[in-house]
Design a protein around this ligand. Structure first.
Ligand code: NDP
Length: 247
């Protein structure tokens, strides 16, 4: 695992699930992690835990739907550590529901967090990475960014969009020596299902993920893998599933 130590890594959605696991794992490998999410008490506790065990971390309370918050997050990383090497746009929500229920506020919220949040991250990090002539932007998509399943239409639309955005970004940042990676997980055991308001859809997904889901560390290991490639190797996309997952 070369190429991780001392890298400055900003990770959104760091208060739980895959973001939390990744912050912990990268810090243990010597990265300087900047942990972002809305639940301040969680990320402050995580940064304290990492620091107490000899790592380097700060917590920055951030709502990725707010452009100014995300700019302040990245600027604080650069002010504290002098640069930003990796941005992991990982924050996301998945309130699945059939379209005919017209849960339009939930649609808007998914678009705001899952797509606009990623755009805000790119907008905040790109000027620094261009100036540095180096950087790595990792966007969390999903198997749902490749396939549509029950009640996933809007969520899938946001994740298809993240993949399209990431590929366009990849093509455009060649002059600046910036790497881009899409990581598309299958079922992972996290808090993601907690916010599904349709109780039937929630129960079905909880049962399925409870049966086949893998741990959030699976994602953290893949982030470390893509980061640790030599600088001239750019892993553009990883799609992974639990071995037991069919769709
Ligand atoms: P969790 O619910 O455990 O984590 C989601 C994270 O996103 C939390 O840290 C949450 O923090 C943060 N978040 C949500 N809304 C905002 C916001 N407005 N601003 C800032 N942070 C926000 O789920 P996962 O770890 O599973 O999710 C991580 C990513 O993985 C998401 O993009 C998800 O779509 C994707 N994914 C998950 C899969 C799975 O099976 N678990 C499969 C495929 C993709 P807070 O509430 O404190 O703000």
């Amino acid at each position: 695992m070369e190429n991780i130590k001392n890298k400055v890594v900003v990770i959104t959605g760091g208060s739980s699930g895959m973001g939390e696991a990744t912050a912990r794992y990268l810090a243990a490998k010597g990265a300087k992690v900047v942990i972002a999410a809305r639940r301040a008490e969680r990320i402050v506790a995580l940064a304290a835990e990492i620091t107490a065990s000899g790592g380097t971390a700060i917590a920055v309370t951030t709502d990725v739907t707010k452009r100014d918050d995300v700019k302040k997050l990245v600027d604080q990383a650069v002010d504290t550590y002098g640069r930003i090497d990796v941005l992991i746009n990982n924050a996301g929500v998945m309130p699945l529901s059939p379209i005919e229920q017209l849960k339009i506020d939930e649609w808007d919220h998914m678009i705001d967090v899952n797509l606009r949040g990623v755009l805000h991250g790119i907008a905040a990090a790109l000027p620094h990475m261009k100036a540095q002539k180096s950087g790595h932007i990792i966007n969390t998509a999903s198997v749902a960014g490749h396939k549509i399943f029950g009640a996933s239409a809007v969520y899938s639309a946001t994740k298809f969009a993240v993949r399209a955005l990431s590929e366009g970004l990849r093509q455009e940042v060649k002059p600046y020596n910036i790497r881009t990676t899409i990581i598309s997980p299958g079922a992972v055991k996290t808090e993601l299902l907690d916010h599904i308001s349709d109780k039937d859809v929630q129960a079905a997904n909880q049962e399925y993920v409870g049966q086949v889901g893998v741990s959030a560390d699976s994602y953290a290991h893949l982030v470390a893998f893509v980061m640790s490639q030599p600088d001239d190797v750019d892993i553009n996309e990883i799609l992974f599933r639990p071995t037991a997952q069919e769709l």
